[in-house]
Structure formats: C-alpha cells, structure tokens
Design a protein. Structure first.
Lengths: 592, 249
C-alpha cells in the first residue's frame, strides 16, 4: 500500500518537526506555508529552549521543570502533556545538538545553560540571542534534505483557506490559494496538521510576525473545531515600542543579569547614567526578592504597568522603563546577547552597552488555541494542531523558553499520530467533499474581489488592533470587554462593505489580507468573550475587579464553539487534568 | 503647523510581463519610521502624491526586525532590508525598487528561490542518522562555536547575490550565501562527512571560481557575515579537492 499523504500547514518549528517525523517514518508530506519556511515566525525567538539537563550541578530535574511549568501557568494546563513534554525536553536538545545547532558552549565543550523567568535553575540552552533562528534553520535543513530525496513537497507562497470535511465530519484534505496566481485548489490528504502559530495580528501591534494572523485556526474554528482558552494572551514585559511593531527584547537580557528600573522621583529627567543607585527603583528586585528580574512574564508585565500608571514613574512621564545592561562586560554581552543588542541599536539608534534600553510590555504569545486531545487531534477527526496554534502546555501563562520546546515536541508527536490515523482510516466516499469545499471557497473569493463599499481592510484591522490592545491585554474590565465585543461586531458589519483597491488576479496582497481579516475578526471574539466570562485573575488574565484566582469556579478550560450567530461563540468549561500536582497558591515574592 | 512628510518614489510593475513605471507617494513623517511602515501607510491610503488612486504595493515582509530575510529591496540604489532602513537615516525622495537579479513577481516582490535550490545542491545540512534518541552531539569547543555561529546567522536575504557583479545568468554563480553555508557545514564534526561532495559541487561552472573578489557581498550583508573569509577558505579547499581528485584520476 502506498504511504498515506499527510498535509502540514505551517513551516515553523512545529510544522517542520512534524514533517521530519513523517518523512522519516516513510510517509509522504505536502508542506504549505505562506512564506518560504525559512522565514517563518519561529525565527524571531531569541532567548533559548528549556530542558532540565542539569549540567550545572544544581540538582535540576524534569520533575522540577514540570512543576515550574504548571505553577508558572497557574495550574490551568492539563498536566499529562506538560509532564511528557518536560521529560522529552533533554532528548530534544540532544537531537538539535546533533543537527548542528550552534549552541553556546562551556569551556569543556558542553552545552551552556542560562537562567530564564519563573525558575531558579540554569535550564535554558541558547545560541547567542537568536536561538529560534538557529533551531528553525536546523529543522529547515533536515526538511530540505528530505525534499531533495523526494519525500516532501513544499508549497511555499500558498495560503491555507479551509479543511475539506466529508459527510461524516472527518478531515480529508485542505483548500489553499496560490498567493501569486490566486489559483484555488483542493488538496486531498489522509490527515492534516495545522501548525500555524499565534494570533498577534489581532492585536495590531505585537511582537509577532506579519503572517501571525490566526487565520487558519479561525477558519477551522468556523468549520466546527473547538477553540480553547482564547482569553489567555501573553504580554511580554520587555518589548521595544515601535511604529509598526513591538520588537521583542528577550528575557535572556534579564537572564544574563539585566536589571529593570525607573527613577524613584517622578519626572526625574536626568540622563539615566547620571541617576545614582540610591535614586533608582529596581522595582522587580524590591517587590519580588526571590526571583527579582526573573519573575514570570505576567508578573513582570503587571509590575511595569503599575510602576508607570499607578506610581507615575515612567521615564519622562512616558509609558517606558529602563532595562539596564550597562553594568555588564561588553565581551560577555556580545557573546551571549549580540543579536538582540544589535537589533535595539539598529531600530532605536542607541547603543545598549552604553545606555539603558527603554522598554514596555507588548502582546507576545497565544497560550490558548485549537482544542486538541492528548494525541493532538482536534474534535474534527483527521485534523491535528501543533505548536502555538493549539492550547496544551502553557496554561494561563507561558514560561520563557518553553515555547520552542513545546513546538518541537508537538511536531514530533503530531507527525507520527497523523500518520497512524491516516494508515488506520478508511478511504473517503467519493471525493471526500473536496469539490463542494472548493466551490464554497471560490464563491467567497468571487464575492470579495468585486465587493463594493467604502471600507479599507487595513483600516478595519487597525481599529481591531487598538480595541483589542486597549481592552483585552494587561488589565481587563467587563465593561471594556463588552465595548470591545460591540466594536468587533460593528467591524464585522463594516467588513461587508470592504472594498479592495486592488482587483487584479496576480499577487494581490490586499485580497489575501482581506480574507485573513475576516478570520481575525471572528477569532477575536473568543478572546474577548472568554475573558468576559472568566471572573477571576489567573496568570496573564487579570481583572482588577476579581483579583484572585477562583479554582472552585474557574479551574477549567474554556472551550468555544462557533455559532455564526451575532451573539458570538458558545462557551463551555471543561475540567483540567490535575492528577500529578495539586493546585496551590502561586506567588513569586518567596521561594515556592 | 504643517505635518512633516516623506517623499517616496516606488517602481511599480503589475506582473512579470507588464511595463514598469514609477509612482510618487507622500506619507506622514514620524520618528523611527522605517520603509516597511511607509509601505503600510500606502496600503492604508493607496493614493499617489498627485491624488491618483492606485493599488497597495506588493512586497515581501514578515518579521519586521531583520531576522526573517524577507524584505530585501533596493532603496536609494542600495540592496538592503526595508524593515531596518529608517527614513531619518536616508536621503529623500526615497527611491524604492525591487532587487534586479531575480525574476520579478510584482512591484517589489521577486522570486529568490534560487538560493534555496543552491542550498540543496551543496547539501547544506548535517546528515544525522535519525531523530531517535542517540544521546548528545559531538563536543564543540567555544572557539569552534564562535566560528560557526556568525555563518549560521545568514538570513537568506540574497543582498550579497544582488550586489555581486559575477551573479548573472551567464555565469550561473551560486553566490556568497551558499558558499558561506558550505563553510559552515564543512566545519561541523558530523557535517564534514559530506565535505568532499560539497566541494565538488562548487568545483564546476557556476562554482567558486566565478568569484571575482569584488567584495561587495561582505559590505552589503546586513548580518555582517564573514563572507570573503568563507570564500577564501572554501576556495582553498576546492583547489585541494580538485588536486586530490585529479591525482586519484
């Protein structure tokens, strides 16, 4: 019997890891990506990848990694998959090492490890401050090898539009659009893995790349896939505010000794290096003596918010605080953080070896995502989710350097699982629904290209972004969330009058964007309504009106189902798997 | 007070077969404004400086922080990344054109897949036995890591190829980026098992002897890869390999 065909959508770490496993197991893969896979968003990850290798004699273990991850995620993550991930992590690092990732080394030639947020151990392997880039390239190279051997066919410059679902509700392939010729095509497959990353674009400006729109997740959500924990959005404490995006300033800057501070006196406008130590407020160190600058991201983000908006201590009255590396030795900085310091200097025009950086929190990571079972299959049989686009490991808050390991772990599991599913599945009846789905997509396209009205899709997107950032990031109030939902409903209505200033049928980027925008709008409601329903504070989800965690009512996964109704998705709660670690209060001002 | 504006001149071409022309745009100046933001401003209001409605500009971009390699284009005649090019650091009007050495798709978007094909041809990978658990990789000392890491920072933007006088259809030259990757993988303890194959792939037409040492590549590289050093090192290795192959008959 011929090897079944598996479709992988997305060529970041999760997608490439899945491709490698499928090709290695003798399956054949079609890999779809909007951008050449080497340009995927995983390339932006900076600080490192976690694995309890215990190479620093600290007594670290995978159990401790497991506990830190569950505790850091405020107990919302299902513990079975988290435990498996932490146990697999050391082996994943070894494999990446064998693939040639240029990890930083100790004098003895072993892997070096740095500290990261939410742990007291040196658990993070790193390649300078461009670890994601180096990992992505290593997997890209292995995939290129399989491509050269004819086991993988890449469709780069194609955008996923929808799953093909047969009359029994099973996924039988995908429809996709060639972004140059604008051709629509149906691609049958034995199973489909979505590895399409985060949803940063919904927030307008974020640390995410342009392609991180969540469009693919939203499309299958609208086809009946559950979307879980949509309200859990990570706002990274240290981003460089920018005109077009918020550029990440890695947590590794603090892991290597960077200190966050503001002048103690409001309005103190002396140059930072002229402000004496005694007149600086190192607020993270003062408020969280045990973890200091390495508290988890949600904690650091809220602390920065507080020092700026409640205490009025932002630099020059602006929403910014200092992230200071100037006390550190230049050669060490260049060896361990060179990549990110160079980025800061290029975009801000100031040398961070000499001047403290000015940073502020920015939307960064999507903890929620497609609901999947422990085998990574969505509720649509044959459709799998892997990487940031699914919800499994990070609960209410992701620890730094856990994303890379979760993405690769997911790819390594979803690939073989999808292959096994395809092998044991019976052949579809007829075309499995391909022609019908293709017709549905052609109709959407035909309508959009000649749609009349006065709405520019990029402007609608800007409005969505500012609403989401205002109401659904660091602080959430039910009144604000209500306003945000009303705004999204009005944007969905205005979308009906969207007018493409470009009606051509060749490399029409506004057309592709307008299709993504519709999906962004639909998905953003799961974030807002999920947040509204959850009247508690947990991890990154913080409601000043409900400042405490409420396990009795809300130690639950939120599951959203698309209804197509103006009332929005239907939300229900599902119990969380807490069989290994009993929930306990989460605090970082003392050792846990 | 009148708002300060930025003048842009952008080369437009609707498709590979269409004629090209230049359009002028004016967008609002802001501190820290980069070229990709200016292009986004045009998408928000696709009207030329003389008030004529037009289409948003097609171009590649993704990370906007100079690590994905997407947004290479010619800006004021120089091949560079649009995201890390700040308007305040360059002359106006800002003239923006697509890279000239690659097949044009539309406007500022070109097809650079030749680089990925070249990487295939030189087997730019470490041929591991499999992804099952085989324990840690070979020991690598920090001094060796410090040689590999800069080479591994190549973002495949193809600026080095754009500015190379030898990178033409006639020569079929692979270009500096690919040669640097040969240097990288030949330097790896496991990767070096394919060293001879890689060197032979660079020994023929379009191989390393096409390099004319113009050194434009190393000057333009946004990630400061040591491209000329890599070319010298690989050049020497290719010669040695040729000699060996010749003696072996």
């Amino acid at each position: 019997m011929a090897a079944p065909k598996i479709i992988v959508v997305g060529g970041g770490l999760a997608g490439l890891a899945a491709v490698i496993k499928i090709a290695e197991a003798g399956g054949s893969v079609d890999l779809f990506s909007i951008v050449p896979v080497k340009r995927s968003h995983s390339v932006c990850a900076q600080g490192g990848i976690n694995a309890a290798k215990n190479l620093k004699g600290e007594g670290d273990s995978t159990d401790k990694h497991f506990d830190d991850t569950v505790y850091g995620g405020d107990f919302l993550a299902n513990q079975t998959p988290v435990k498996a991930m932490c146990e697999a992590a050391p082996g994943i690092i070894d494999l990446l090492d064998r693939m040639g990732v240029p990890f930083n080394r100790t004098p003895e030639g072993l892997l070096d490890f740095r500290r990261f947020g939410g742990t007291l151990y040196h658990r993070t392997a790193f390649a300078g401050a461009t670890t994601g880039q180096q990992l992505l390239y290593a997997l890209d190279e292995q995939v290129r090898r399989f491509e050269a051997e004819g086991k993988v066919k890449k469709y780069e410059g194609w955008e996923f539009l929808s799953a093909i679902i047969d009359s029994k509700g099973q996924a039988r392939g995908i429809t996709a659009m060639d972004l140059r010729t604008m051709e629509l095509r149906a691609f049958p497959a034995g199973a489909v893995i979505l590895a399409t990353g985060g949803i940063g674009a919904i927030f307008g400006k974020s640390t995410n790349s342009v392609v991180c729109t969540g469009s693919a997740q939203s499309a299958v959500f609208q086809q009946g896939a559950y979307y879980a924990n949509g309200e859990f959005i990570q706002v990274h404490p240290t981003a460089i505010p920018g005109e077009d995006k918020l550029r990440l300033m890695s947590e590794s800057a603090r892991g290597e000794g960077g200190r966050v501070w503001v002048p103690r006196k409001p309005g103190d406008n002396r140059p930072p290096r002229q402000i004496p130590e005694a007149e600086r407020l190192y607020f993270l160190e003062e408020w969280y003596p045990k973890y200091g600058n390495l508290v988890p991201r949600d904690i650091a983000t809220r602390a920065i918010h507080k020092v700026v908006y409640e205490n009025g201590l932002g630099i020059d009255g602006q929403p910014m605080v200092y992230l200071d590396l100037t006390h550190m030795d230049r050669a060490t900085l260049d060896r361990k953080l060179g990549g990110i310091l160079e980025i800061y200097e290029k975009f801000v025009g100031v040398d961070p070896h000499e001047e403290p950086m000015k940073i502020f929190p920015g939307m960064h990571y999507t903890m929620g995502g497609l609901w999947v079972d422990f085998n990574l299959m969505t509720n649509i049989p044959g459709l799998f989710g892997a990487g940031e686009c699914e919800y499994q490991y990070h609960g209410a808050n992701r620890l730094g350097a856990n994303s890379l390991v979760s993405c690769i772990f997911d790819g390594f599991r979803s690939g073989p699982n999808a292959l096994e599913f395809a092998r044991s599945s019976s052949a579809p009846e007829g075309d499995g629904g391909a022609a019908a789905e293709l017709a549905r997509q052609s109709e959407i396209n035909a309508k959009l290209i000649k749609n009349e009205g006065g709405e520019n899709p990029f402007r609608l997107w800007r409005e969505l972004g500012s609403t989401m950032t205002e109401h659904a990031t660091v602080l959430r109030y039910n009144k604000g969330l209500q306003k945000a939902d009303e705004k999204i409903i009005s944007l969905l209505d205005r979308y009906k009058r969207v007018n493409l200033s470009d009606r051509s049928q060749w490399a029409n980027t506004s057309f592709a964007f307008a299709r993504q925008l519709k999906n962004m709008l639909e998905l953003s409601r799961t974030v807002v309504l999920g947040a509204m329903l959850r009247d508690e504070s947990r991890g990154a989800h913080y409601k000043p009106d409900f400042p405490d965690r409420n396990d009795e009512k809300f130690l639950k996964t939120t599951k959203a189902t698309f209804t197509g109704d103006v009332a929005g998705p239907r939300l229900e709660f599902e119990d969380v798997d807490i069989q290994y670690i009993k929930p306990r209060p989460r605090r970082y001002d003392a050792a846990k | 007070m009148a708002t300060k504006t930025v003048q842009l001149e952008i080369k437009r071409q609707a498709s590979p077969d269409a004629a090209s022309d230049w359009e002028r745009f004016e967008v609002e100046w802001r501190p820290g404004l980069n070229v990709t933001s200016a292009l986004m401003d045009i998408a928000l209001n696709p009207v030329t400086a003389d008030g004529r409605p037009t289409t948003p500009v097609t171009y590649d971009s993704n990370c906007l922080e100079e690590i994905c390699g997407s947004c290479a284009m010619r800006i004021n005649g120089k091949a560079r990344m649009a995201c890390s090019t700040l308007i305040e650091n360059i002359e106006q009007p800002v003239r923006i054109e697509p890279l000239s050495k690659f097949p044009l798709v539309r406007d500022l978007q070109v097809d650079r897949s030749v680089l990925f094909e070249n990487l295939k041809a030189v087997k730019a990978w470490v041929p591991i036995d499999g992804t099952y658990d085989l324990g840690p990789g070979p020991r690598v000392f920090p001094q060796e890591q410090e040689v590999s890491y800069p080479l591994s920072n190549c973002i495949s933007c193809t600026c080095c190829m754009e500015v190379c006088p030898q990178f033409t259809e006639e020569t079929g030259f692979v270009g500096a980026a690919t040669i640097a990757q040969v240097r990288l993988f030949n330097n790896h303890p496991t990767g070096s098992v394919l060293k001879e194959e890689r060197l032979r792939a660079l020994a023929g037409d379009g191989g390393i002897q096409e390099c004319g040492f113009a050194q434009n590549c190393v000057e333009v590289c946004p990630k400061q890869l040591p491209l000329t050093n890599a070319i010298s090192d690989v050049s020497r290795d290719v010669l040695i390999q040729k000699a060996k192959d010749c003696l072996r008959g």
